[in-house]
Write a protein that binds this ligand. Structure first.
Ligand SMILES: Nc1ncnc2c1ncn2[C@@H]1O[C@H](COP(=O)(O)OP(=O)(O)OP(=O)(O)O)[C@@H](O)[C@H]1O
Length: 609
């Protein structure tokens, strides 16, 4: 266990050094050169000083004062001191920039790893714990680790230097003093491990606390929290979570402070034994008085340095252990085929792109959310012909959105497969590239309107003419043109010159994004939930025209809207229980017919004489 920890620490130290090297190798070389030059200057200074003092002691102060070399030597020492000061400053300045760059690299690694994670990972609490710890580790930990490593290197050199001098005086004192410092080093190591374990245990607690902080400070939530007068309750919960964190930390710190005090006391006892031994040897003339005096000073210096070093090791260890969270999170995902990954989705063939979409067939798709007991989609088979509009309907929770996510290639099915023109789709990334999805709970990017639409094709330069055309087709152009800075207006009141839109206007923007993407397969999940009745009717009646030669999957609770679809699939409890055209399903008199009549009846009642 301890051996494993040591291995982890070394590998994290190497990781920190690599981060620094990758961030700015010139700065790293600069900092190392500064350290070496400073050490050289210090050693040179000591030698010169020793010679000057030797000369003073040998010839007396008066003769030394008349020496022609004294003034140049003193001037050289002063100049060396000033140069060392300037060097130290330049090293500190480079180090300050280096640490920012190291932080940036670490943060980028976390962001890239999070962005590369497949969607189902976001359903796992463990993934969020690891992500949160990696984010925490990326904030200042890598830079701190680099700074501490440099400082530890310096401290280790000092210990070695003092220890070396010490060996010449009385070699047997060296192992004695080191032995005395061992309990302190061990206690520091244990405290570091305990802190790291607690950090892991509190991950979920901290995530929940941070979520509450976002709720209490977010603009989007501010309205409802005030309407419900929820702030007190949420703040209370936040305080409870913080209280647990403080309580656990206090308990840990108390235990380990006691252990470290005991370790320091035992170290002090060993030092006293060493000093006592020196005094005894001097009194028995086994050691000369000046040597014994120097050895006592050495014992004191070495034990102080070792204790400081132990404290520092704890800090470095803590920082390095946290760095392992970043390292493991940012490590590349296991190779396809490794147990636990979706082997059915290994990229095997070149993606099929272009306007011609052909057919998409789903064969016996099954999907269970991570952590869920019951499948959300069971044995679903369906067929989308080129240019067709296909509707998915069913009551809440029947599996429509999950199925749409599978069709869009966002979730890998647990079993079953998707086929494009008869060939199994194995590269989901390529499949996603030819798919445009308007989600039920689409994202409102608090960025300029232009970005909100142009994000439909993130890898191409934004084409303003096409952006306007997409906005026009979604019925968004008029209100966007009225914004203070037209399409360049930031859509967030938190930003200078920002504006906000109504729910329906945001929805039109999400639709505009899908038009701009211009993908051959379009999936619309409740695309009109926030639109007024007239706009909704307009969208559905012109759907084919708006998405000419595109294959459209439409999810809607308003069955009137889907009646023009080429084929309607009716879902219940994750299964397709009926399918056919609107008229055929009505004639069948099954679940769809019941749902349709239930929705239509209020209108029929009001129109009744
Ligand atoms: N992220 C999730 N984790 C676990 N279970 C989920 C998750 N999302 C949905 N479910 C479950 O999967 C089932 C299907 O949900 P889905 O959202 O696909 O239904 P839906 O038909 O789209 O519902 P609605 O009409 O309300 O949008 C439901 O039982 C739901 O509780």
């Amino acid at each position: 266990m301890a051996e494993r920890r040591v291995r982890v620490l070394w590998s994290s130290a190497a990781f920190a050094a690599r981060l620094a090297w990758l961030s700015d190798r010139r700065a790293v070389l600069h900092v190392i050169s500064v350290q070496v030059l400073l050490a050289g200057a210090m050693a040179g200074g000591l030698v010169v000083m020793q010679k000057v003092f030797g000369s003073v002691l040998a010839h007396g102060p008066a003769a030394a004062g008349r020496s022609p070399v004294l003034v140049p030597v003193v001037i050289a020492l002063l100049v060396t001191g000033a140069a060392a000061g300037a060097l130290r400053l330049s090293g500190t300045a480079r180090m300050a920039v280096l640490t920012v760059k190291v932080d940036r690299l670490a943060a980028r690694m976390v962001l890239e790893a999070a962005a590369a994670a497949e969607l189902p990972r976001f359903e796992e609490p463990d993934f969020h714990d690891r992500l949160q710890r990696a984010v925490f580790a990326a904030r200042r930990q890598p830079a701190t680790a680099v700074i501490l490593l440099v400082t530890a290197f310096q401290a280790a050199l000092t210990v070695l230097a003092v220890g070396g001098a010490f060996l010449v005086m009385a070699w047997w004192l060296f192992p004695l003093v080191v032995f005395g410092a061992l309990p302190a080093i061990r206690a520091a190591g244990d405290e570091r491990s305990a802190h790291h374990d607690l950090h892991h245990e509190l991950s979920e607690n901290r995530r929940l606390r941070e979520y509450l902080e976002r709720l209490l400070t977010g603009r989007g939530e501010a309205r409802e929290i005030r309407a419900l007068d929820l702030a007190g309750v949420l703040t209370g919960r936040w305080q409870d979570l913080y209280a647990r964190e403080i309580r656990d930390t206090e308990a840990l710190v108390r235990v380990h402070a006691r252990r470290r005090m005991a370790a320091q006391a035992s170290g002090m006892a060993v030092t006293c034994v060493a000093v006592g031994a020196l005094w005894w040897m001097a009194s028995r003339h086994l050691l000369s008085a000046p040597l014994a005096g120097a050895a006592v000073a050495g014992v004191w210096l070495l034990s102080v340095r070792l204790n400081t070093f132990a404290g520092m090791l704890s800090g470095i260890g803590d920082s390095l252990l946290r760095l392992t969270d970043l390292k493991t999170f940012a490590a590349p995902a296991p190779a396809p085929g490794t147990p636990g990954t979706a082997t059915a989705l290994v990229p095997q063939q070149k993606p099929v792109r272009g306007d011609g979409f052909g057919s998409l067939r789903a064969e016996r798709l099954c999907y269970t959310y991570p952590g869920a007991d019951i499948p959300a989609v069971r044995e679903v088979s369906l067929e989308l012909g080129p240019g067709q509009v296909v509707a998915l309907v069913g009551v809440n929770g029947s599996g429509k959105t999950t199925l749409a996510h599978l069709l869009a290639g966002l979730y890998p099915p647990d079993s079953g497969r998707l086929l494009h023109d008869g060939a199994a789709i194995t590269d989901l990334t390529a499949h996603r590239e030819r798919t445009a999805v308007v989600f039920q709970d689409f994202t409102r990017y608090k960025l300029p309107a232009l970005d909100n639409i142009a994000f439909g094709r993130p890898h191409a330069t934004a084409d303003l003419r096409r952006v306007r055309e997409a906005a026009r087709r979604a019925g968004a152009l008029d209100f966007l043109q009225e914004l203070p800075e037209d399409l360049h207006t930031p859509l967030g009141k938190e930003f200078a010159g920002g504006a906000d839109l109504s729910g329906g206007q945001w929805q039109r923007l999400a639709l505009a994004r899908a038009f701009y993407r211009d993908a051959p397969l379009v999936i619309l999940d409740e695309p009109t939930a926030a639109l007024d009745a007239q706009a909704e009717e307009q969208l559905f009646t012109s759907l084919r025209q708006l998405f000419t030669s595109r294959t459209v999957v439409l999810i809607s609770h308003r069955l009137r809207s889907v009646r023009h679809a080429d084929r309607i699939y009716v879902l219940r409890a994750g299964r397709v229980i009926e399918q056919g055209s609107h008229d055929a399903l009505l004639r069948k008199g099954g679940h769809y017919a019941t749902l349709f009549r239930t929705q239509a009846s209020p209108y029929q009642d009001t129109s009744a004489p």
